[in-house]
Ligand binder design. Structure first.
Ligand code: PGA
Length: 245
């Protein structure tokens, strides 16, 4: 399967950060994987303009489930599509924790993303306590079951397995632990979507760096990565992209 490497800039980046995309454009024609950059809302349009004609596509980090209305501070999938976004990250653990986003809310947002003809990157992952209780696979599959809408297909949906304890900590699960969860996710996707579930890309996220990327990409059912901190500097992000190729 063609790998997908997505960078999640989180709440980082001013216009000057678009220089990082300029550097990444140099990879066009040199790599075969899909590259997605997800800057904050304020930079989505400029990033899409900057990336036009290159191998890079642009995504956002959240959206509302409704198309329009009295939702102060929110942004809809249609609005993101209009300014050039092609992907939306949904259900990131930082949003689940800070805003109490439940699986049903994530599924509603994903359905809105699909309706706007964008692709969703749906995030799931266990906490350290859940892992220590031996419930990682169970928690992840339950989150997934509730977060995937009926509109999901392998072309409009990617899953990101991001253990909460691995995000921004420098701690990474063992390759065997990654393999176990990715294989449970694959099984669940096949039960839910039939053969098409075998084609959904499952990304790993949580402290991916240029240095550990190659080993992570060698694990079966790892079809790419969702990268936070290491996506902010093009030189480091490029190292991860090259490791996927
Ligand atoms: P990290 O973040 O790569 O900085 O650990 C990953 C994410 O939150 O998507």
């Amino acid at each position: 399967m063609r790998k997908l490497i997505a960078g999640n800039w989180k709440m980082n980046g001013l216009a000057s950060s678009l220089a990082e995309i300029e550097v990444l454009k140099g990879l066009t024609g040199k790599v075969t994987c899909d590259i997605v950059v997800c800057p904050p809302f304020t930079l989505v349009e400029k990033a899409a303009e900057c990336a036009a004609g290159s191998a890079i596509t642009v995504g956002a980090q959240d959206c509302h489930a409704q198309t329009m209305g009295a939702y102060t501070g929110d942004v809809s999938a249609e609005m993101l599509a209009e300014i050039g976004a092609r992907f939306v990250i949904l259900g990131h653990s930082e949003r689940r924790a800070a805003y109490g986003e439940m699986d049903g809310v994530v599924a509603g947002k994903a359905a809105a993303v699909h309706k706007a003809r964008l692709a969703s990157i749906i995030c799931v992952g266990e906490t350290l306590t859940e892992r220590n209780e031996g419930r990682a696979a169970e928690v992840v599959c339950a989150q997934l079951e509730g977060s995937i809408p009926d509109t999901a297909t392998s072309s409009n949906t990617m899953i990101a397995y991001e253990p909460v304890w691995a995000i921004g900590t420098g701690q990474v699960p063992s390759l065997a632990q990654i393999e176990e969860i990715h294989s449970s996710i694959r099984q669940m996707l096949k039960e839910r979507l039939g053969d098409d579930g075998g084609r959904v890309r499952i990304l790993y996220g949580g402290s991916v760096k240029a240095q550990n990327a190659k080993a992570i990409f060698s694990v079966s059912n790892v079809d790419g990565a969702l990268v936070g901190g290491a996506s902010l500097k093009a030189s480091e992000f490029a190292g991860i992209i090259l490791a996927a190729d």
